[in-house]
Design a protein around this ligand. Sequence first.
Ligand SMILES: Nc1ncnc2c1ncn2[C@@H]1O[C@H](COP(=O)(O)OP(=O)(O)OP(=O)(O)O)[C@@H](O)[C@H]1O
Length: 629
Amino acid sequence: MRGVCRGGGAAASGVSGRGHAPASPSAFTCAILGTRSGIPPLPSTSRIASLALLLPFLRPYRGRVVLAGLALLVAAGLMLSLGQGLRHLIDAGFASASAERLDSAALAMFGLVAGLGVASCSRYWLVTWLGERVAADLRRRVFDHLLSLSPAWFETARTGDILSRLSADVALLQALIGAAVSQGLRNALMLVGAFAMLLVTSLKLAGLVAVVVPLVVLPLVVFGRREKRLSRTVQERVADLGVTAEEVIHGLRTVQAFTREPEERRRYAAQAEASVVAAQRRIGSRAMLILAVILLGFGAITFALWVGGRDVLAGRMSGGELSAFVLYAVLMASSGAQLSEVWGEIQRAAGAAERLVELLRVHPGITAPACPTLLPAPTRGRIRFEDVSFRYPTRPEPPALEGFSLTVEPGETVALVGPSGAGKTTVLQLLLRFYDPQSGRITLDGADIAAVDPAALRARLGLVPQDPVIFTASAADNIRFGRPEATEVEVVAAARAAAADGFLAALPQGYASFLGTKGVMLSGGQRQRVAIARAILRDPAVLLLDEATSALDAESEQAVQQALERLARGRTTLVVAHRLATVRRADRIVVMEAGRIVAIGTHEALVREGGLYGRLAALQFGLSDAAAG
Ligand SMILES: Nc1ncnc2c1ncn2[C@@H]1O[C@H](COP(=O)(O)OP(=O)(O)OP(=O)(O)O)[C@@H](O)[C@H]1O
């Protein structure tokens, strides 16, 4: 079998072929069940380091990052010079009693203000733009990653939790880039710059302020750490709320049918309460932080004003110098206070980045190998299961399939029948490579599917699932799902073949009608027919029908059955069915029980044989046991 090597992809992630199947079901189960959300947490030491996640997202926009940095520096420099401008205005303008000098001092001050305005406006525009851009790129990256994960992972992950990471956590990072970082830098510059200017203005007063700075910084660090812990709890409680709301809204009909509203209300109220309690703790901690910073900061300024005022009275300092000093001291205090706020935001953003990194680190269980085997073209559709055993990672006991061996010849229609839970759907899931078996192998036209790129494999398979999914789109786009380039005529032809044309054409806007979220505007049988039309349009080499006609009434079932038989002609077809009437005409029927094959044969041969199939046939066709035997 030919192979094709690629540099990146799975090679970079260190996986290949069957090697990325979980080592053992229990190890994998532990890895994904070990946490409430199904997402393994990072060690807590790496929390701030997770902000490094943002660097690759900023890199493409480094020009703008540099410009934003420059604008920030200019704005900070001009803000600091305002103090000197003020001093000049007062000492040279007012004190000299010269109108001309006042004019020029005012003009210079105005120049500074104008420069400050332009620089601040540019900084705001640049950083906010960066925040929006990076947030969108990050969301796309996380979404792309989610699409690469295997169904096994989603069985344990909580949807609401994933969605909250995608929306709320990315929003926190957006706020970090779009505001907090630049505010933090600006305030840090102000703090240092204003202190330097204080030193220039009055050593004695600056010394006083310097004593106070550690008093301001200390509570900042203590409360900042506490806030970090508390804000993560708040995010988790809010995610819990999202999970409950999603679950209840999704299952609203069931909730109402079972009159569970009071319980669900109580459950949601209790979670809302828990989120308020968590938020209150965080708010309390933050309020103390603000109180401490303001009391200490402004207390120190008042003290310095009192001391400075005495110096002015004694003639040791000019009025302009004291004004400049007050301005710098206010700048320092407000920068200190804002820095504490920014620190809180950085902490929250670090928590968010950590949660996103956790998500991005979840390894896609099923990936394309570094050197994928190419499937022979054209596809003949010969499928072989060789001694396949499989246990679902989340439910290792009992095995879903054990020692399953089956060869389906090109063009053959093979039906899988057996009691519920026998493993019929699992056979299709393994062929689609949603999971990898723990032992044995599956081949398509002689190629081990574990060595093939999953996308190339799936491109040859057409699935009509047990519970078809209808997307929030028009009827035509739903049918076009597997072949977006199909023409209108092809879409209608596929719908006709699936006996879906009648009800689709009768919709208010025909094929352009929106089918509602998750297809709520269609009945179960209609959804199935749309799914069949979708498979017909895709025209796959191998057709997988999982209870494809279970929700149809007798009349449409007959029409669809005929369409499916036409469709199955000339292509390999695997049919899962409970109703034996739908599989009587299959070339072979495989009878399964508890993950094993118990009999294979035609309908007539199996009925003659009796056994499980004979019993099922007797029940369904009303044949007596004697006749079945
Ligand atoms: N995603 C899953 N996670 C854990 N266990 C699963 C999962 N899907 C199926 N199982 C279990 O694997 C076994 C085989 O299931 P499978 O869906 O293949 O049966 P089936 O024969 O198709 O049943 P049905 O006719 O009811 O659809 C069952 O015991 C089932 O509970």
